[in-house]
Design a binder for this molecule. Structure first.
Ligand code: 5GP
Ligand code: MN
Length: 339
């Protein structure tokens, strides 16, 4: 039986390999991931950067737009020494590779650098990817961007080692919700097995990345969860649950914003609701909106309609006004984006 070919086209893989092979060891290679990076953004980017180093490339830098703050759980990822703040990125790199970025808006001030680069390779797995970049390794069925990054370093002939594998494992575990989500296929477990076989200790990694937070973060979570609202009639009776967190909440508990990244998980476990909304303040009147669905709503399309993006069951956008204004907008759109 011939399996249908999936993933990026062979020409795109060949072009990406050729783009790297065309460069000498002293070429300037800039790696970029999305604003407010998560485990997949950082892990796929740094793991790939380490792979370039193994190939003899000495001038590799990794960065992301906006405030140069790495969430504590990722601070010890291998390859962290490749990371520089946005203003230290190469001005005119010979090659740019972009990781886990669905749209140019997620590149902030670095979007122009990508557009001006002679070659830009985009590795991504968002259904909402807008199609930027000259070489496109985009596969919405990939569980994480690290799936694509690992394939590219394999095609470049770099063997997996424990450092590269740790980066890719963190990325894979992050985007599959620790191997729980629908995208957790046989291939995902096979990749995880190859990564673990380099000597990783999954228990240690999971504890560090997912199960270690400051006391203040737990107290803050208690408050944010305590104010959650359940609307059983929303989404045609399938239910909506939402809550919000302000900058004042973070200040009061002396916590950085990253501690809110995983707070959507206990909210979305509510049995009485299909759709979950977590509204996180980023500035006065400006909110990072996280959306989740258990299947009834295509939250990616809903988010795109608000200038954001994501996956069918997990997406986000920037909202304005008060949290209730943001939730009013989402509630109004739920029926338009029913699956
Ligand atoms: P989260 O809610 O965990 O921040 O994000 C869920 C998914 O939606 C991720 O794949 C993330 O990349 C995407 N996403 C979240 N916020 C935005 C946004 O403002 N714009 C875009 N294009 N994607 C977003
Ligand atoms: Mn991702």
């Amino acid at each position: 039986m011939t399996l249908p070919s999936i993933g990026p086209a062979a020409e795109q893989w060949d072009a990406a390999v050729a783009a790297v092979r065309a460069l000498g060891g002293a070429a300037e290679i800039q790696l970029i991931c999305h604003v407010s990076p998560d485990g997949d953004a950082l892990g796929s980017m740094l793991g790939f950067g380490l792979g370039l180093r193994r190939l003899g490339h000495t001038r590799v830098r990794a960065t992301f737009p906006g405030e140069f703050r790495v969430p504590t759980p990722y601070a010890d990822l291998p390859g962290m020494d490749l990371l520089v703040p946005e203003h230290e990125a190469f001005d005119e790199p010979d090659l740019v590779l972009v990781f886990d970025v669905a749209s140019e808006s997620r590149l902030g001030g670095l979007a122009a650098r990508v557009a001006a680069a002679p070659v830009s390779v985009v590795l991504d797995h968002h259904a909402s990817n807008t199609g930027f970049g000259t070489i496109r390794l985009v596969d919405p069925r990939a569980a994480a961007t690290s799936v694509l990054a690992e394939q590219l370093i394999a095609r470049l002939g770099v063997p997996l080692d424990a450092e590269i594998a740790e980066c890719f494992y963190v990325a894979l575990a992050t985007d599959t919700g620790s191997f729980k989500f629908d995208a957790t296929t046989v291939a995902v477990h096979e990749l995880a097995a190859r990564l673990i076989a380099t000597g990783l200790r999954p228990g240690d990694i999971s504890r560090r990345i997912f199960d270690t937070r400051p006391f203040g973060a737990m107290k803050l979570a208690g408050e944010v969860l305590g104010r959650a609202v359940l609307e059983p009639a929303a989404a045609g009776g399938l239910g909506l649950v939402w809550t919000y967190a302000t900058l004042a909440d973070l200040d009061r508990h002396e916590q950085p914003p990253y501690v809110l990244d995983t707070l959507i998980d206990p909210v979305r476990s509510v049995a009485e609701a299909d759709v979950t909304v977590l509204v996180k303040q980023v500035a006065e009147g400006e909110w990072a909106v996280s959306l989740r669905s258990k299947g009834a709503v295509d939250v990616s399309r809903l988010a795109i309609s608000q200038g954001g993006g994501g996956h069918r069951l997990a997406a986000g956008f920037t909202g304005f006004g008060e949290p209730s204004d943001v939730v009013d907008t989402v509630r109004r759109l739920l029926d338009d984006y029913r699956n």
